[in-house]
Write a protein that binds this ligand. Structure first.
Ligand code: ZN
Ligand code: CU
Length: 491
């Protein structure tokens, strides 16, 4: 038997949250076909992986890569971290189905300008991803704010019954075409006015498909528990799994409350399929939100349409130079993006370590001075948090970015190293893997990643993209509720 690729003597961490074991892994026709002692086997590509960890390719469950996967299909910021699948369409914003009337409303502008929005239906988007031959696998949510922008002339109110039925129809069509579910971004002004009832009515479309509800909560500040309750209420109404996006305690007045948030999540998990994602940093990033302007912690500007040269500067310094208040400076910079140093490290660690949390980068690929999570989130969990800080064993870190994520989003035959599964794989050095991107120099590839295979094809090696692009569009498969275990079993 001649295999395509043999990876020999690796420490296989299979994604199931079990400790690693030594084995050889054989790849043929895009799949993992054998795992074990294969010393007599031969392959066209033979790799000695002694001292290295072989893990399932990482699944970035929280991205805003909707349009960049098409316009820059190499996807180096993610590929270089070992990511093989991205889930797009988070936080209520998606590239499809969208028919803009002018410029994209905030925060849809995180995905690009008006020219980036050319997918009036989900099927158009899916076809564009397939035609782009992207490096990574792509699965997609539909954004609530995107639907609102199609049907509401004014985003600062709740939708009328007619508008809700028009949105429902587009959502249903998208689910039929393979969307994973619905995402909301209720904290953003463009969706904040939507009533709970508006969202509940939309999520009724999810029920029949077994699709998921993901949400950037209505608040991550003091009313965060109430916002979580709203999310669970919506999920129960729709009988749909709920994923809370980038769970955090935002704002200095809110620090230290992560045990309360996690208790609420655990309580909900006893009777309903729920989970969350998070990124491994104590700073957040999005568009510059006037409601979040404060002198209680540092805020840096990442981009500004009016003052592009100020990307990377502190809002405090800009305000001092202009001799105006922080709020006035923020107003003048609009539209703009920012990094908010508004979390407490202990909360970040507690949420990251919790068995119900997955890793998602929330990276912003359009940002000229992006939060370093875009290039560093996954190696940071493996290197900094697992190896250096000892927050959890390496196999648990891997599980949070592979097996758990694939189960939650129903990505069949991915997320674990098993015979018959797709060969989405990453080979890395557990002693040297490290995020290099930081807040001062955020666009740098991680160290310690030796190779990344997507659907069996070596796509990243020796610090370079190989130019092979074998990613696929992953349509929703089956009822996503099946991927949630009762909490007793997962804890
Ligand atoms: Zn968000
Ligand atoms: Cu997001």
């Amino acid at each position: 038997m001649m295999y395509d690729t043999l990876i020999r003597n690796a420490l296989v961490i299979d994604g199931s949250n079990a400790p690693g074991y030594a084995a050889d892994v054989a790849i043929l026709d895009g799949r993992i076909v054998r795992i074990g002692d294969l010393h007599e086997a031969r392959a066209r590509e033979d790799i000695d992986a002694a001292g290295r960890v072989l893990a399932p390719g990482f699944i970035d469950v929280h991205t805003h890569d909707d349009t960049v996967v098409i316009r820059q299909p190499q996807m180096l910021p993610k590929l270089s971290q070992g990511v093989t699948t991205v889930i797009v369409g988070n936080c209520g914003i998606s590239a499809s189905p969208v028919s803009l009337k002018g410029d994209p409303p905030d925060p849809m502008n995180l995905l690009g300008g008006a020219a980036a929005f050319v997918y009036p239906t989900f099927s158009d988007y899916r076809a564009a991803v397939e035609a782009a031959n992207t490096t990574l696998n792509v699965a997609a949510l539909v954004g609530h704010t995107a639907l609102r922008s199609n049907h509401l002339d004014d985003l600062f109110r709740s939708a009328t019954p007619e508008e809700i039925s028009a949105m429902r129809e587009q959502l249903r069509e998208s689910l039929e075409a393979g969307a994973l579910g619905l995402s909301t971004g209720l904290a953003y002004a463009s969706a904040f006015s939507a009533s709970t009832d508006e969202v509940m009515q939309l999520t009724e479309e999810l029920t029949a498909f077994g699709a998921v509800y993901t949400t950037h909560l209505r608040s991550e500040f003091e009313p965060v528990l109430e916002a979580m309750d709203e999310a669970f209420q919506i999920g129960r109404h729709a009988q749909s799994p709920v994923i809370i996006s980038h769970l955090k305690c935002a704002g200095a007045g809110n620090w230290g409350r992560s045990p309360q948030l996690l208790a609420s999540l655990e309580e909900a998990a006893k009777t309903h399929p729920v989970g969350c994602d998070c990124y491994p940093y104590a700073a957040s990033s999005s568009t510059l939100d006037l409601k979040q302007v404060t002198d209680a912690h540092r805020i840096t500007i990442t981009w500004s349409t009016t003052y592009p040269e100020l990307g990377g500067r502190d809002l405090m310094d800009i305000a001092a130079e202009w001799n105006v208040s922080l709020l006035d400076a923020a107003r003048r910079l609009q539209p703009a993006g920012a990094v908010y140093y508004g979390m407490d490290e202990a909360d970040v660690r507690r949420i990251l370590a919790h068995p119900l949390s997955m890793v998602g980068s929330d990276g912003l690929p359009e940002d000229p001075f992006p939060h370093p999570r875009l290039w560093g989130a996954f190696p940071r969990v493996l290197g900094h948090f697992s190896r250096d800080v000892g927050l959890f064993p390496l196999h648990t870190a891997v599980h949070k970015m592979t097996g758990l994520s694939a189960a939650r989003f129903g990505l069949k035959e991915r997320g674990e190293i098993r015979e018959g599964h797709w060969a989405d794989l990453v080979l890395f050095d557990p002693l040297t893997i490290r995020d290099v991107a930081d807040f001062n120099d955020p666009q740098r590839a991680a160290e310690g990643i030796d190779g990344v295979w997507v659907n069996g094809v070596l796509s990243y090696s020796a610090g370079q993209a190989t130019g092979k692009r074998e990613g696929r569009f992953l349509a929703r498969q089956g009822n996503l509720r099946a991927g949630f275990q009762p909490l007793q079993n997962s804890l």
